[in-house]
Design a protein around this ligand. Structure first.
Ligand code: GDP
Ligand code: MN
Length: 432
């Protein structure tokens, strides 16, 4: 239930960046998975891998068709693989809105790379992991294609239930690993790692054997596994996933794909890694909100929440849920609220067509409630707010704030406490 999500998030002291995934988790179960804020493109992850001695193909990146064509020529390879760069998997089976099928294309003719890139760049690619409308492709990776004789799955994860890192692998890698996990769980192998000891030789070799690498390939795979683990530690990752970790007919173990997630709390010592984040796939509303120091997360419902403090924001979302409503967002004004911030926050909320009511829940500790009240009345007038507005203020200078609101002549519903506010907000929508 949602209430316990917020409770667990707060008690575990999670930062709000990771809390986002708790709210967005469609299953609604409390899954404190290791996903965090920073996401890198495949080519960026592969650069990190290369620097750690992990085997990846030779590649270039391009953001125009002509640059892609030139890259293909420069690679001078027997075969080229062109890969759309988006922060989602399943690209191989994806579809572009240009009509092109497949976000991963192999070709022996380097001269067609320009035409292919032309149908990828600037178009949206939809895969089973993207929103319906897909994600716009701004970069492509042009790499030397290698023949693959076998595809396996390998990942290093930070797993809370094991109190540390775990190696996870399957000899049945490739595009449908979720299906393998669901239908043939006996084909998923794990090795729990003691973080002080690191990956032992016997663990790396056993994983390599479980992945089906034979003869000299077993040792090579074990070596790659250890290097991937070293990378995992070095960059403070919460996940390093390689699918497929492949085998070539000429006897090489190669990482054909790369997905790395990072621990947000390690940003202070991973400046170079975090500097790679181009934010291009971030939500535009979230970015706009960030300009005014507002923390905003879009959710699925229709009641906008306008709150100070992440804990109060989560509690507000939960109580709306408890009263049968659904929060449209999670907006945290933070500590020192300024009048202009209040105005900007209203502007963001009222621009959202999903929003059918707004609930303001501000606790004035450091914040002066009168400033918030002035911001609210100004925003209501200038933005000609069309949706019901429920306001609950408490704390510093609250009497003055209440006077400002009631004398404004605006149709603002005052609430006594959070429960009352949530009930009124839900009722205001039901009445319509
Ligand atoms: P994803 O679909 O987003 O996971 O993208 P991948 O990078 O994993 O590519 C999808 C599939 O394309 C892989 O599972 C491979 O089967 C295939 N593929 C990718 N690169 C190569 C390559 O260099 N050579 C060959 N033969 N196949 C490749
Ligand atoms: Mn893949």
């Amino acid at each position: 239930m949602a209430a316990s999500i917020a409770y667990q998030a707060v008690t575990r002291g999670l930062r709000w960046a990771s809390v986002k995934h708790l709210f967005l988790d469609k299953s609604k179960s409390v899954r404190l998975n290791p996903r965090r804020w920073l996401n890198l493109q495949e080519y960026q992850s592969k650069k990190l891998m290369r620097d750690s001695g992990v085997t990846v193909q030779r590649f270039f990146v391009a953001d125009t068709p002509s640059a892609a064509l030139e890259a293909a020529r420069k690679l001078n390879a027997k075969e080229i693989v062109l890969k759309a760069q988006i922060l989602a998997g399943g690209r191989g089976k994806g579809v572009f809105d240009s009509g092109l099928k497949g976000g991963v294309h192999l070709t022996k003719d380097p001269t067609v790379v320009g035409e292919l890139a032309n149908k990828m760049l600037g178009f949206n690619l939809t895969t089973k992991q993207t929103p319906k409308e897909g994600v716009k492709v701004k970069t492509v990776m042009v790499a030397e294609a290698l023949d693959i004789s076998r595809e396996t799955y390998f990942a290093v994860l930070m797993d809370r239930s094991c109190n540390g890192p775990v190696l996870v692998g399957s000899p049945q890698g490739g595009v449908d690993i979720e299906e393998v996990a669901a239908k043939t769980p006996e084909l998923i192998f794990k090795e729990v790692i003691d973080i002080f000891e690191g990956v032992r030789d016997d663990q790396a070799l056993r994983m390599a054997a479980n992945l089906g690498f034979k003869g000299p390939l077993e040792r090579q795979a074990a070596d790659q596994i250890k290097r991937l683990y070293d990378l995992f530690l070095k960059v403070d990752a919460t996940q390093v996933e390689v699918n497929p970790l492949g085998e070539t007919p000429d006897g090489r173990v190669v990482c054909f794909d790369a997905k790395i997630n990072f621990d947000d709390n390690a940003e202070f010592r991973q400046k170079d890694v975090f500097a790679m984040d181009d934010m291009t796939e971030s939500d535009p509303t979230e970015m706009e909100a960030a300009k005014y120091d507002l923390k905003y997360i879009g959710l699925d419902g229709n009641i906008a929440c306008f709150v100070n403090g992440a804990g109060l924001a989560m509690a507000t979302c939960d109580i709306i849920d408890l009263h049968g409503g659904k929060p449209a967002n999670f907006l945290d004004l933070g500590g020192g609220v300024k009048e202009n911030q209040v105005y900007q926050a209203f502007k963001l909320l009222s621009a959202d067509p999903k929003v059918e009511a707004i609930l303001v829940n501000i606790f004035g500790g450091i914040v002066n409630c009168a400033i918030v009240a002035n911001g609210i009345t100004k925003a209501c007038r200038e933005l000609e707010l069309k949706v019901p507005l429920v306001v609950r203020l408490e704390g510093t200078n609250v009497q003055e704030a209440k006077r400002i609101l009631s004398e404004s002549g605006l149709p603002i519903m005052a609430a006594n406490d959070l429960d009352d506010a949530a009930r009124k907000a839900v009722a205001s929508i039901a009445k319509k």
